[in-house]
Ligand binder design. Structure first.
Ligand SMILES: [Cu+2]
Length: 333
């Protein structure tokens, strides 16, 4: 039925209800359209002008007909309102024992912070068959958290919290994660110089939700996340992990790694260990502490010639070590 109706897969407990209402409205509209047009065509033909036939005014209305076309739509509308309100209330009121995940929207990425303090950017692990509550805020402008597969959407607003809850009904595959979109136009970076526009505007503000078994999520909460699976066989796991972060956390939108000019931020090749000139005079040696500070608090030291446009990233120490290892490996090339 989904393929026929062109709706996305049903991945949450809300999806069947929402789809049912949508399809009911859709087919009711199709049926009404066909019926009205059919009667219209029939009348046009039946009451066409013919020689020798005088036009006769119709009588004074038909009580039965008028009652029918007043009350039938009223009943349908009342029913639809009732159903819509029921699902709306369901979506608005989370159950008691939810797994809570904090979400921060920012130009142009999504950050998910789990109850163990671990933050994931542009992707998040979600336990299946578990009510999950998202506590959402924005660190800059209005965004909107939209998950078509779950049939949920809510604005993400700076300076306040909005919440959203859902229960995923099936595991996702790595090839087909559950996609999050931003449904509130939230700007774009002017004058991209490096032709690399990934994550530099509203339309690329997406995240992948990975729906995993409950036990796997419990293990993650207990033990934390290590390097991604694809780095298991890498020569240097940390370098591989750093490159993964570079590609997946949005760094690649502003930082080049090939030594060529261009980009909204400094090229990473040849940075580690160098003397970096700072905006407003002075300089600093690019050691581990400097890199860490540049990631957690980018406005502390702004590199000369660049604007203060990098948002702070809440990477864990292990992840920052991986980024540093990756930056060092670039120098050796
Ligand atoms: Cu946005």
């Amino acid at each position: 039925m989904n393929q026929f109706s062109q709706l996305p897969p049903q991945m949450s407990t809300f999806a069947p209800d929402v789809d049912w209402m949508y399809l009911f409205l859709f087919w009711l509209s199709v049926a009404s359209f066909v019926a009205i047009v059919a009667v219209m065509v029939y009348f046009v033909f039946k009451y066409r002008r013919r020689p020798g036939v005088e036009a006769v005014p119709t009588g004074h209305g038909n009580t039965a007909l008028e009652l029918a076309w007043t009350f039938l739509p009223l009943i349908v509308l009342a029913f639809l309102f009732h159903e819509g309100f029921r699902v709306y209330v369901q979506e608005s009121v989370p159950p008691e024992n939810t797994v809570d995940i904090h979400v921060t929207g920012k130009q142009w990425s999504w950050e998910f912070t789990h109850s163990n303090g671990i933050t994931e950017t542009n992707e998040a692990k979600i336990p299946v068959h578990t009510p999950v509550r998202l506590i959402m805020s924005s660190s800059d402008v209005l965004h909107s958290f939209f998950v078509p597969d779950f049939r949920i959407k809510r604005d993400v607003v700076p300076g306040m919290y909005t919440t959203l809850w859902f229960e995923a009904t099936a595991l996702s595959t790595p090839e087909r994660p559950v996609r999050v979109f931003c449904a509130e136009y939230c700007g774009a970076l002017q004058g991209s110089t490096n032709g690399n526009d990934r994550n530099t505007n509203h339309s690329t503000m997406m995240a992948d939700l990975h729906i995993i078994p409950q036990e796997e999520y419990a293990t993650f909460l207990r033990e934390g996340g290590g390097p991604p699976a694809e780095c298991a066989d890498a020569v240097d796991v940390n370098v591989c992990w750093g490159q993964y972060i570079y590609a997946h956390n949005g760094c690649s939108a502003c930082h080049e790694i090939n030594g060529e000019a261009g980009g909204h931020g400094p090229n990473w090749m040849g940075v580690f260990g160098e003397e970096i000139a700072l905006e407003g005079g002075g300089s600093v040696t690019a050691d581990d502490a400097y890199i860490k500070r540049s990631i957690l608090d980018p406005s502390a030291d702004v590199v000369s010639g660049f604007g203060n446009i990098m948002p702070p990233y809440r990477l864990r120490d292990q992840e920052i070590d991986a980024v540093i290892a990756f930056m060092r490996s670039l120098n050796a090339q």
